[in-house]
Design a protein around this ligand. Structure first.
Ligand code: GDP
Length: 363
């Protein structure tokens, strides 16, 4: 399953957020969460389209997309040098597909800051530096390994060149994701699982009063990351934990409305995390089951079918495709067919986000 790791210095609110995510009460009843390990939770991704399809098709069951969220605690200065359990934590990050970086943007004299004061930019740099140092270590080792072969072997030469560019980039204090390396070239180093190459989003954890307009800390964070092309979410873990305590859906909605919010921060976080993973969703919509399926952008129809079952991919004949907007406008598969809105597509069709697919295949 695809994983997002929550990182940040100690005491910034990571586990508070993780616990809110893991509290089923915080979610609509049909979006349960379960904890599979103390620090790993499986979360279903809220998707309004799925709710709409459910209304129209009235299936026996609905199956949403899921992602795993991992609370990666204990990242501190010196982690890349193996301080504390540093290396173990960095290993946990390597296993994730994207990073949720939590920054403390609230003042609270009762909550000790590991570095003595609240400063989200400094905090961010401490974490970034640890991840970058770890990457530098990984890259340097690989360079030593391919250096000799690069003199005779073409692929080794290209790997060496890409690594050299990345090494210089990290040495200038930057993360791999911003390196001037072509996608094709990244293929040569994909197996390294570089930490700072993973997509990132920032969560500014603010006090209750700043959740709508943000605060000076949030402004500084936004300014500092403006070139990173990363999403910045403003969330109050404290509010989220109060919401998580509430039993009824109505109470939660009322509480949110009183604060001037329409949606819980946890909800926003899950949707943003899914977006961060840069995936597409397609649907199958039968009377037995309406279901969301996760695919990588650019998947062809047979590849998308393969997500359901490898036999679907092997025996693929064709796909019947209805665009989501057509389906909800016309109300049913039959109506779409009558209106000429059911496309019959072959092996080369590239699936789009929101497509409603019906696969025909040989067994
Ligand atoms: P972690 O070490 O990053 O996982 O941080 P925790 O989630 O354990 O939070 C550390 C402390 O900060 C706890 O005492 C939390 O109750 C408190 N805390 C977390 N979020 C907030 C917040 O938004 N506002 C305030 N005032 N305290 C918070």
């Amino acid at each position: 399953a695809l994983q997002c790791g929550i990182v940040g210095l100690p005491n910034v609110g990571k586990s508070t957020l993780f616990n809110c995510l893991s509290n089923a009460k915080a979610q609509a009843a049909n979006f349960p969460f379960c904890t599979i390990e103390p620090n790993i939770g499986v979360i279903t991704v809220p998707d309004d389209r799925l709710t709409k399809l459910e209304e129209l098709v009235k299936p026996n069951r609905v199956v949403p997309n899921t992602i795993e969220i991992v609370d990666i605690a204990g990242l501190v200065k010196g982690a890349s040098k193996g301080e504390g359990l540093g290396n173990q934590f960095l290993g946990n990050i390597r296993a994730t597909n994207a990073i949720i970086h939590v920054l403390r943007c609230f003042d609270d004299g009762n909550v000790i800051h590991v570095d003595g004061s609240v400063d989200p930019i400094r905090d961010k740099e401490i974490i970034d530096t640890e991840l970058q140092l770890k990457d530098l270590d990984t890259v340097t080792k690989r360079i030593q390994k391919v250096e000799k072969m690069a003199k005779t072997d073409k692929d080794a030469k290209r790997t060496f060149d890409v690594l050299s560019v990345i090494k210089t980039h990290i040495e200038s204090g930057k993360s791999v994701r911003s390196a001037a390396v072509e996608a094709d070239d990244f293929e040569f180093i994909q197996d390294l699982g570089l930490l700072t190459q993973k997509p990132v989003m920032y969560v500014c954890n603010v006090d209750e009063g700043s959740v709508i307009d943000g605060n000076a800390y949030v402004d500084r964070v936004k300014e500092a990351v403006k070139d990173e092309n990363a999403e910045v979410l403003v969330i109050s873990a404290k509010i989220e934990s109060e919401i998580a305590e509430m039993d009824s859906y109505e109470d939660r909605q009322e509480f949110l409305a009183d604060l001037g919010l329409t949606e819980s921060g946890v909800n926003k976080l899950i949707v943003a995390a899914y977006r961060l993973l840069d995936l597409y969703t397609y649907f199958t919509a039968g009377v037995q089951e309406v279901r969301a399926w996760t695919i990588t952008k650019g998947f062809t129809a047979p590849q998308a079918a393969g997500v359901i079952h490898t036999d679907f991919e092997k025996g693929f004949i064709r796909a019947e495709v209805i665009k989501y907007t057509d389906f909800v406008t016309l109300g049913s598969e039959a109506a779409c067919k009558d209106a000429g809105k059911l496309g019959v597509e072959g092996k080369t069709y590239v699936v789009e986000d929101g497509d409603i697919m019906h696969f025909r295949f040989n067994v």
